[in-house]
Design a protein around this ligand. Structure first.
Ligand SMILES: [Zn+2]
Length: 338
C-alpha cells in the first residue's frame, strides 16, 4: 500500500470527521510530526485537547501536571482514550475486568493484558469437542488508530460468547502502543518512532525491511521499521506472549482500511460484522507475516473503517460473535487436517 493511497484514506477520514462533527486532532497530522527515525521522541504527558488554549489564555502559563505513567491503571488509560475520542468513559472504563501488567512501553507506560477465564461449555464434553482454542487479541499496535484501541476495550469488557463444541481462552492486550496512543498527537509509531508492525523478525528482515522502507515508502517516518528486528520492547512483549500463551489464532485490530486481512493457513472468515475479507498485502516486519511464517499461527487483521470513529456497542457485539463463530470453524478445520 503506497503512501499516496494512505494519504487519500486520511483525507477521507478528515472528511468523515467533518461530516460527523468530530473535533479530535486528526491522526493524519501525525504524518508531519512523527519522530525522526534517528531521534527518539521525548516523553510527553497526555493533556486534554483544550489544554494549549487554556495555557495560552493564562497570564502565567502553568506547566502541565506531572503524570506518573507507571501508576496508570488500564481504567486510567481507558479514560484517557475516551477523552481523546470525546466519549463518556463510563460505563466501559469501570467495567473492565482485572488486568495484569504485561510490562512497560519504551517510555515506561504500562501495557496491560487480561486473560478471560477459560470457557468450557457443557457440550464440549463429547469426543468431537475442540479443546482449549487460544485467542490472542491485540489492539492499538498503531497509536493513531484510536478506534482500534477502543474496540479492543469493548471486546475485553464483553463476556466471551458461548460457542457450542469449543472450549477456549482469550488473552487481550487492548492497548499495545500506549506511547503512540497517548502522545500529545497520537502517532502510528511507538515512543522510539518505530512502526511496531514493521519491527517483527520476519525472514530476511535486515535486508527486506529497510529495502521496503526506502523503495516503497520513500523513507516515510511513520513506517520506519527500526534499526534491527524486534528492537522495540512492545514487539518483544508480543513475541514473548506468542511463545508463552501459544495462541491458536491472533486477532489484531487496526484502522482505517475497512477490510479483513488474513495471514496464514486455514480458512479466513468472509466477514466480521460489516467488515469483509480483502487483502492488504504482505510486508516485511509485520505481525501477520512473522506469526504465520515463523510460528504457523494465523493472524486475522481487522481494519476498522475509521481510525477516530468508534464502533457502536451493537456492532462490536456482532463482530465478537462472528469472530468466535469463525474461531470454531477454524479450530474444527485445523483439528481435521492434523
Ligand atoms: Zn494499523
Amino acid at each position: 500500500m503506497g503512501y499516496s493511497v494512505l494519504h487519500r484514506v486520511f483525507v477521507f477520514g478528515w472528511a468523515l470527521m467533518a461530516v460527523g462533527g468530530l473535533t479530535l486532532a486528526p491522526a493524519a497530522s501525525e504524518a508531519t510530526s512523527a519522530a525522526s527515525p534517528s531521534a527518539p521522541r521525548t516523553n510527553h504527558p497526555v493533556a486534554p485537547s483544550s489544554a494549549p488554549v487554556a495555557a495560552a489564555a493564562a497570564s502565567k502559563p502553568s506547566a502541565p501536571p506531572e503524570i506518573n505513567f507507571e501508576q496508570q491503571s488500564l481504567a486510567d488509560q481507558c479514560a484517557l482514550l475516551s477523552r481523546s475520542l470525546k466519549l463518556p468513559s463510563k460505563p466501559l472504563c469501570t467495567s473492565l475486568s482485572t488486568s495484569q501488567r504485561l510490562g512497560f512501553s519504551m517510555q515506561r507506560r504500562n501495557i496491560f493484558s487480561v486473560q478471560s477465564p477459560r470457557e468450557v461449555a457443557g457440550s464440549t464434553a463429547g469426543a468431537a469437542a475442540i479443546r482449549d482454542v487460544r485467542v490472542l487479541v491485540l489492539g492499538a499496535i498503531h497509536g493513531d488508530e484510536l478506534s482500534a484501541g477502543w474496540l479492543a476495550l469493548q471486546w475485553q469488557s464483553m463476556k466471551p460468547p458461548q460457542v457450542e463444541g469449543v472450549s477456549y481462552s482469550v488473552l487481550h492486550v487492548p492497548l499495545l502502543n500506549p506511547d503512540g496512543l497517548f502522545h500529545a498527537k497520537p502517532s502510528r509509531t511507538n515512543g522510539s518512532g518505530v512502526d511496531l508492525n514493521r519491527n517483527f523478525p520476519t525472514p530476511n528482515w535486515q535486508v527486506e525491511a529497510n529495502k521496503w522502507w526506502v523503495n516503497t515508502t520513500k523513507r516515510d517516518k511513520r513506517r520506519w521499521p527500526g534499526k534491527v528486528a524486534a528492537s522495540e520492547i512492545e514487539t518483544r512483549h508480543v513475541i514473548s506472549l506468542i511463545k508463552s500463551f501459544k495462541p491458536s489464532v491472533i486477532v489484531a485490530i487496526h484502522a482505517p482500511l475497512g477490510v479483513l486481512d488474513y495471514d496464514g493457513a486455514g480458512m479466513p472468515p468472509e466477514r466480521i460484522g460489516s467488515i469483509w475479507l480483502d487483502s492488504v498485502g504482505i510486508y516485511p516486519g509485520s505481525l501477520g507475516h512473522y506469526s504465520s511464517r515463523t510460528h504457523g499461527i494465523p493472524v486475522l487483521t481487522v481494519e476498522l473503517p475509521n481510525a477516530l470513529k468508534v464502533v457502536s456497542d451493537v456492532e462490536a457485539k456482532r463482530m465478537w460473535s462472528d469472530l468466535f463463530a469463525w474461531v470454531k470453524r477454524y479450530a474444527q478445520h485445523d483439528a481435521a487436517t492434523k
